[in-house]
Design a protein around this ligand. Structure first.
Ligand SMILES: [Fe+2]
Ligand SMILES: [Fe+2]
Length: 277
C-alpha cells in the first residue's frame, strides 16, 4: 500500500505544497483509492493536483472525528468528487468547543457540510469498508481523555467531549495491520491496543497519525512527560513496527517518543510525504 500525506502542519521548503493546521491521508490499497480526512481549507486538493493525484477518482472516504481541521476540507472534496461516500461516526456532528483566546470557540464541522448530507454514511462498531479496510470505534476506556475539550448538548449545557465521534482506519494487505489515527484524542496507546485486540494474531506493521500531545502552537506538552513515555512503551509492547507522527504531536513529545521508540519512530509526517508499507 501507499499512503500519501496531502496536508499537514508543515511542508518541505520549496516543495510548492501548502501546509495548514490539519491532516489528510490519501491511501492506495488493493487497487482502491481512499481518503481519510481533508484538512481545514481545501488546500489538500491543490496539493493532490500538484502531486499528480486525481481525487475525483477516490472511491471511499472517511472523517476521523468531528473537528474542523480534519473535516472542513470535505466541502472542497464534494465539489470535485461526485460519488465517493464519506463515513463518519453519528456523533461527529456534535457541538464541540474548546478554549481559544479566553473564550470557548466552536471547533466542530462546518455548517456548509450539511448541504452534502446525502454523501455521508454512518460507521458503527468495526465497520468493514472493503476487503482489508476497516473503521474502528473509539476504545471505551479512552473516552474523555482530554479535559480541555468540551461538547454542548442540545440545551447548550457543557460536558466533556468523550470522543465517541473518533474512529481509526485499519488496513491489512496480508502483512499485518496498519493503523491511521489522525488526531488520537482517545490516546494512541488505547486506540492501538483496541485495534490489536479486535484483530488478534495480526502483527502491527505501522501506526500513522497525530497523537494529540502538544500544548500551545509549537512546543509544549499537554500531559506529563511520564505519560508520553508510557504511551510510547505501550506502542512498543504492541510490537508497532514503524511509527509516523506529526500534526498535533508537537516537538516536545516527539523528542520523548524518539528516546523511547528509537528506530521505530520514522521521520515526521509532512505534506507530500509518501509512505510505502
Ligand atoms: Fe487535529
Ligand atoms: Fe482533533
Amino acid at each position: 500500500m501507499r499512503i500519501t500525506v496531502l496536508i499537514e502542519n508543515t511542508a518541505p521548503e520549496h516543495s510548492g505544497l501548502q501546509a495548514e493546521h490539519g491532516l489528510s491521508f490519501l491511501i492506495r490499497t488493493g487497487g482502491h483509492l481512499l481518503l481519510l480526512d481533508a484538512g481545514e481549507t481545501g488546500a489538500f486538493w491543490d496539493n493532490a493536483v500538484a502531486l499528480g493525484e486525481d481525487l475525483g477518482t477516490v472511491e471511499l472516504a472517511a472523517i476521523s472525528h468531528g473537528h474542523h481541521d480534519h473535516a472542513n476540507g470535505f466541502v472542497r472534496f464534494f465539489q470535485g468528487n461526485a460519488s465517493a461516500p464519506v463515513y463518519l461516526r453519528a456523533s461527529a456532528w456534535g457541538n464541540f468547543v474548546a478554549p481559544r483566546g479566553g473564550e470557548l470557540r466552536y471547533i466542530g464541522m462546518a455548517a456548509a457540510l450539511r448541504k452534502y448530507a446525502g454523501r455521508f454514511r454512518t460507521a458503527e462498531g468495526i465497520c468493514s469498508l472493503l476487503s482489508g479496510v476497516w473503521l474502528t470505534p473509539p476504545p471505551e476506556e479512552g473516552r474523555g481523555a482530554d479535559a480541555s475539550l468540551w461538547e454542548r448538548d442540545g440545551a447548550g449545557a457543557l460536558g466533556p467531549d468523550r470522543f465517541a465521534h473518533e474512529q481509526a482506519m485499519v488496513l491489512d494487505e496480508g502483512k499485518g495491520l496498519v493503523i491511521l489515527s489522525p488526531c488520537s484524542h482517545c490516546g494512541i496507546d488505547r486506540i492501538a491496543a483496541a485495534v490489536c485486540a479486535a484483530f488478534p494474531g495480526r502483527p502491527l506493521l505501522g501506526v500513522l497519525g497525530g497523537f494529540h500531545m502538544r500544548a500551545g502552537a509549537v512546543g509544549g506538552l499537554n500531559r506529563p512527560e511520564e505519560e508520553v513515555r508510557r504511551v510510547a512503551r505501550q506502542l512498543a509492547r504492541l510490537g508497532a513496527g514503524r511509527i509516523w507522527t506529526g500534526h498535533c504531536t508537537g516537538n516536545a513529545a516527539r523528542a520523548i517518543l524518539q528516546e523511547e521508540l528509537g528506530e521505530r519512530l520514522q521521520p515526521p509526517l509532512t505534506t507530500g510525504l509518501s509512505i510505502e508499507l
